[in-house]
Design a protein around this ligand. Sequence first.
Ligand code: KIV
Length: 255
Amino acid sequence: MTATKITADKIRSMKGHGEKIAALTAYDFPMARLLDEAGIPLVLVGDSVGMVVLGYPDTTHVTLAEMEHHVRAVARAKPQALLAADLPYRTYETAEMAVANARRLVAAGAEAIKAEGGRAIVEQVRAILAAGIPFLGHLGMLPQHVLEEGGYHIKGKKDAEREALLADAEALTNAGAFAIVLELVAPSVALEVTRRIPIPTIGIGAGPDCDGQILVTHDLLGLWPWYNLKHVRPKLNAAEQMRAAAREWKLGLSK
Ligand code: KIV
């Protein structure tokens, strides 16, 4: 059977068909190939690469050149999955910057672009879409704002946050985003947003009622064992298996 390439329109149309959208991050060729072989329809080269691969304390250190490098590696896997990539911190401050930098990621192999924010970046979103590049929104806790926010906090508990989330989700929908990631959003508000907008919501730490879920693959595999995240139950303990394999190999050398 010939595999069908997944497009942004296909992801958008999954809402309401009873099929949850499963999305995971990939930062290199083997990870992208394995996730594709597992049938994951949406693969994100997230700027979380800065933390789980490059050793930065948060995503604000990630550069566009680093993102291009990882997007190229993932694109070499030629995934059937839609390949989305993050515009990193301060690379989309104006509509012109957003389009120029989105085009660089597309030239590296990205098929859709994600950036953080709602009404505040709607001009940038419209410009990216006008350039023919599908756009994935990101609302709720915005990791690129972690320093101003003083940490990773749940959004939507206060009335003003709930109203802002609904208005931002509507603004991104009207601008033409094909889906919106909701990160660390109070589950009842994530459900309200999901019911309110016609495009899919893809949650991370936002409860079970979004149209899909996204995880950082390192968290799913237990490859990032130094933090305990409430929203992830790892399916493997890859970190411990790697330590054990290395120890066993080392011991074998002295026999
Ligand atoms: O950078 C990233 O990996 C992300 C996901 C966690 C949604 O933005």
